[in-house]
Design a protein around this ligand. Structure first.
Ligand code: COA
Ligand code: MG
Length: 335
């Protein structure tokens, strides 16, 4: 990428200015691969936005929805547009915008405000009740991208898929609806789940039982989200831990999230970022095990199945080990 201007300067030395302007060295891109931490910040709160942008979050979500009072929405849209327009030395964290729900009547104006400004990495769509709503937004984004002369498909999507009862039920349809639409599928960076709005829609008095475990309804929402994400090739992002003063609770949620296959988590407070980033990096013990699995297969190139420490390992174990090593490699490159 940098070779073109250098060649041009060599070919035309007379055009060099005596005091060459110092170029701002771009910061490294966020590590390719999963976006681990997604920090929400109200669209109208400048102080928190500054802090969020200076944080180690992989992505910041500028919120135009639930954390913004209706009377403040026009101001929040202007502020979000300003942030998208402002030049940045670093492409970290990625900038995303949570728009209002498809059923809100506010979505069009949110999108107009975003596209009138600089490009956002993506749009977070809340309270989704059906795959059809995603298809409709994808069509709108395609027209807006064409009108703004932006690359088709460059505005990605994070779907909050379990905030309405219909949304939870519709997750099972995602694979079939999206299978014939690879361009829509590629636009979807991730699926995530939320319990707050679902509780309120159901009139549920609690999300957890007396032992602190999610009740069946919320486990179902979380699991449907996890399965649908894997089935459509998107990242599964765990929902927020609203108890932001309880690091032990966050840690417990992170352990369960990683155990089950989530590769990132939403955050609402800067103090949640470091534990989230750390949680989605493989531990030394996991790396070591993965290296041994890969080595066991390398030592038996003709075998589809081998044994390691008295356990059978076959192709799914090899794929998982390769995934762990790729994540470890990304982590090393980013530090
Ligand atoms: N992003 C960036 N900075 C944040 C932040 C966030 N999400 N949340 C808090 N901070 C900052 C505060 O500004 C404060 O810094 P300061 O004292 O220098 O101003 C510092 O972190 C400590 O904040 P704290 O006092 O612990 O929290 P709070 O009581 O001010 O705010 C919340 C608590 C929950 C209201 C706040 O964290 C928040 O607004 N979170 C995002 C909410 C949201 O977007 N929800 C929608 C998605 S569910
Ligand atoms: Mg909400």
């Amino acid at each position: 990428m940098s070779s073109a201007p250098r060649t041009a300067r060599r070919a035309a030395p007379a055009r060099r200015t005596p005091q060459r302007q110092r170029l701002v060295r771009p910061q490294p891109e966020p590590p390719a691969g999963p976006v681990r931490s997604w920090l929400f910040v109200p669209g109208d709160n400048e102080r928190k936005q500054e802090k969020a942008l200076a944080s180690a979050a992989d992505a910041v979500i500028l919120d135009l929805e639930d954390s913004v009072l209706p009377a403040q929405l026009p101001a929040a849209r202007r502020r979000v547009a300003e942030l998208l327009r402002a030049p940045r030395e670093s492409r970290r964290p990625q900038l995303w915008v949570r728009v209002n729900a498809p059923s809100s009547g506010l979505l069009q104006d949110d999108l107009r405000a975003i596209f009138a400004a600089g490009p956002a990495r993506g749009v977070v769509l809340p309270k989704v009740s059906s795959a059809a709503e995603i298809l409709q937004l994808a069509r709108q984004l395609s027209s807006l991208e064409a009108a703004a002369r932006r690359e088709a498909g460059s505005t990605r999507l994070l779907i909050i898929a379990t905030e309405t009862p219909a949304g939870v039920l519709s997750l099972a349809e995602y694979p079939a609806v999206l299978a014939p639409l690879p361009r829509v599928r590629q636009r979807i960076a991730g699926l995530t789940w939320g319990a707050e709005d679902l509780s309120s829609a159901l009139g549920a008095l609690a999300r957890c039982d007396t032992s602190g475990a999610l009740t069946f309804t919320f486990q179902l929402a979380r699991t449907q989200c996890l399965l649908a994400a894997a089935a459509v090739g998107a990242q599964a992002i765990d929902g927020v831990c609203t108890d932001f003063r309880e690091p032990a609770r966050l840690q417990q949620e992170l352990e369960m999230a990683r155990r089950d296959g989530f590769t990132g988590k939403l955050a609402i407070h800067p103090e949640q970022i470091a534990p989230i980033n750390a949680a989605f990096v493989p531990t030394e013990a996991e790396r070591e095990h993965a290296r041994r699995v890969v080595a066991a297969f390398a030592a038996a190139p003709a075998a589809g199945v081998v044994s390691l420490d008295g356990r059978m390992i076959d192709r799914p174990h090899l794929l998982q080990a390769q995934r762990v090593l790729a994540a470890a490699q990304r982590d090393q490159e980013a530090t």
